[in-house]
Design a protein around this ligand. Structure first.
Ligand SMILES: [Zn+2]
Length: 79
């Protein structure tokens, strides 16, 4: 398992888990899936963000659109 976002750079298959299912099990039964990206993940060290091309930021279980764990690392698409 990766320990930091920079380790995800260049990955094309990432395991995504809904953060709501982890933090608030009452609201989400939990969802995790290995997602194949349309292009390799790109880590921008300057802003400390990971870009995941082709990832649909929405949990199919609860509809939560922005906070997930990627390979066990908490990631938000909100700045
Ligand atoms: Zn969810």
């Amino acid at each position: 398992m990766s320990e930091s976002l920079s380790d995800l750079d260049g990955e094309t298959d990432v395991e995504i888990e809904c953060a709501v299912g982890i933090d608030e099990p009452d609201y989400c039964d939990g969802w995790s899936e290995t997602v194949e990206l349309s292009e390799p993940a790109e880590y921008d060290g300057e802003v400390g963000r990971i870009f995941l091309p082709g990832l649909n930021w929405e949990c199919p279980e609860c509809g939560q659109p922005h906070e997930f764990e990627v390979e066990g690392i908490r990631v938000s698409n909100l700045v």
